[in-house]
Design a protein around this ligand. Structure first.
Ligand SMILES: [Zn+2]
Length: 212
């Protein structure tokens, strides 16, 4: 693929001013002349740091789904809430559609996103399989908006606030894992700047891999 002359230009996402791309020094960033927002940066080790964060996030996800989120005590009756049991209850009550949607939005999509990020960055780190990396970059960009784990966590918080009036609540391990997961998720989302990843992709695999 021949380099197009537009490839030397980059647009500011916020104010849509066009800028000419320049080579940045290590750990510096290019700011928009017009509105001052960050357009791109040269982040040293971004692949490795994001990879480490994603592996931590997948561990946090597993813990969040395997252990107790909270124990609710209403007049001496204890009820443990964990997500696997929640799915069993939803299916026992025949809310199949809701169960399937919830399963996809809070577990399968987040898991698929993390797995594809880990695979993608591992391959990029070892400079392997250009074609697969390209596919994974496209897949990850499409999957990212489908993780609704943050919205789900807010709904847990809202129900906790409601329960506080007439129940005692003890926070479990999965609750802490959820918070960790959300923090990691925000950082990973910030790190996964696709225009930069495509630039890395081009610099690692060159243009020869385009057809392979
Ligand atoms: Zn701007």
């Amino acid at each position: 693929m021949k380099k197009h002359k537009l490839d030397n230009l980059i647009i500011c996402k916020r104010c849509h001013t066009l800028h000419k791309k320049i080579k940045l020094h290590r750990n510096t960033k290019a700011l928009c002349k017009h509105c001052g927002s960050v357009i791109y940066r040269n982040h040293h080790n971004i692949i490795e740091t994001t990879l480490a964060l994603s592996i931590s996030a997948i561990i946090a996800l597993m813990v969040a789904f395997s252990f107790t989120i909270m124990t609710i005590n209403i007049n001496g009756i204890y009820q443990e809430l964990n997500l696997t049991a929640l799915f069993v209850v939803i299916f026992e009550q025949h809310f199949y559609l809701m169960g399937i949607m919830l399963g996809f939005l809070i577990f399968l999509f987040p898991l698929a996103i993390l797995v594809s990020i880990i695979l993608l960055l591992t391959l990029m780190h070892f400079r392997r399989s250009g074609y697969l990396v390209k596919r994974l970059l496209i897949l990850t960009a499409k999957l990212l908006p489908w993780s609704m784990i943050d919205i789900f966590f807010i709904s847990i918080l809202v129900s906790m606030v409601k329960l506080f009036d007439y129940a005692q609540i003890e926070i479990g391990v999965a609750f802490v894992a959820f918070i960790l997961l959300l923090v990691l998720d925000i950082i990973i989302n910030k790190q996964m700047r696709f225009n930069e990843l495509w630039r890395y992709y081009e610099s690692i695999y060159g243009v020869k891999n385009e057809q392979s």
